[in-house]
Design a protein around this ligand. Structure first.
Ligand code: ZN
Length: 71
């Protein structure tokens, strides 16, 4: 059965500990250059998870874990 691969069923695991709000793509690039992915929530609503935001937040979190906030 053919399936549109750009459309994933939403799995909380993709958030990797962040919230949907944190990772929601604001169409940063407008052309999908940030590598967002579209998922479908259970109610059928599409949600865009921004890969660029996730990468940034993960880097930030790694820094915090590595030695606390450096000022
Ligand atoms: Zn984005």
């Amino acid at each position: 059965m053919a399936r549109d691969l750009s459309d994933f069923e939403f799995d909380p695991a993709v958030l990797e500990g962040f919230t949907l709000h944190d990772l929601k793509c604001d169409a940063c690039s407008g052309y999908g250059n940030c590598g967002y992915r579209m998922y479908r929530l259970k109610d059928g609503k599409p949600v865009l998870i921004c890969q660029q935001k996730k990468k940034k937040l993960k880097a930030q979190r790694d820094l915090e874990l590595a030695g606390g906030a450096v000022e």
